[in-house]
Write a protein that binds this ligand. Structure first.
Ligand code: SAM
Length: 237
């Protein structure tokens, strides 16, 4: 008897951005899992869930952030095994993840590995508010109008995809720029897209920063940071 695995998006950081449905699904789940990085630091998903549920109900799954593919795969397999133990007895397991569970989320890897172990498991997701939506809202940035198009990409894909996106789309959102923020800004400047761009770091979390991307020239970015490039100038400031 295979249970149900639900990926619940808990928003980018501000606990108020967890949806009513997300909270209900977490409350009703038999088991609640959260990802924790190998740094041991309390993750963002866990911090959000802890605002509403007792700590004792939350189980941590270790996911490596390292570039070591083998270490990452080992962690996914171990995590999937732990979840599968509960699914085998027909339980409902919720996995809380930052932002949306279908956007660059550890949930995708977890669900894929769990399905290999438990082919009959039911997998569902509850959408969450993404960092890009939060940054647009907080910075007063209109993302799209009329026929405009949006490109979302991680800077880990490299400079070329960002250059192409900036040349071809009215709105471009760059995730995972982090430590390579200087390169992101240089590519944008080269494409004449720096004006009006906004940078948001640690949205909804202590140390949050929302500034124009131009202000970040010469400064370091952090892993939890997002840049939005638009054709219009943002209403920021
Ligand atoms: C692994 S992806 C997770 C995306 C997430 N599932 C979503 O739907 O937004 C991590 C990237 O999301 C962005 N991000 C997530 N949370 C953020 C936050 N609180 N503040 C700024 N950027 C954030 C950053 O670009 C970060 O590098």
């Amino acid at each position: 008897m295979s249970g149900r695995l639900v990926g619940v998006g808990v928003g980018p950081g501000d606990p108020e951005l967890l949806t009513v449905k997300g909270l209900r699904v977490l409350r009703e789940a038999d088991e609640i899992f959260v990802p924790v990085a190998d740094t041991g630091e309390v993750g963002r998903a866990e911090a959000t869930v802890r605002e509403y549920l007792e700590e004792g109900r939350i189980r941590r799954l270790l996911f490596a952030l390292s570039d070591d593919t083998e270490a990452r795969e080992r962690n996914w397999t171990n995590a999937a095994r732990k979840v599968s133990e509960h699914l085998q007895s027909g339980r409902t397991c919720a996995f809380a993840t930052i932002g949306d569970p279908n956007v660059y989320s550890t949930f995708t890897y977890l669900a894929r590995t769990v399905r290999e172990l438990e082919p009959d498991v039911e997998v569902e997701t509850v959408p969450g508010i993404t960092a890009l939506q939060d940054l647009a809202s907080r910075s007063g940035t209109v993302l799209l109008e009329g026929d405009e198009r949006l490109a979302l990409l991680p800077f880990t894909a490299g400079e070329e995809p960002l250059r192409d996106a900036l040349a071809g789309f009215e709105t471009v959102v760059c995730y995972k720029g982090g430590s390579r923020l200087a390169e992101v800004l240089r590519v944008a400047e080269g494409g004449g897209r720096l004006e009006g761009a906004v940078y948001g770091a640690r949205l909804g979390i202590e140390g949050e920063e929302i500034v124009s991307a131009q202000e970040m020239i010469g400064r370091e970015g952090t892993y939890l940071s997002t840049v939005i490039f638009t054709r219009r100038s943002s209403e920021l400031g």
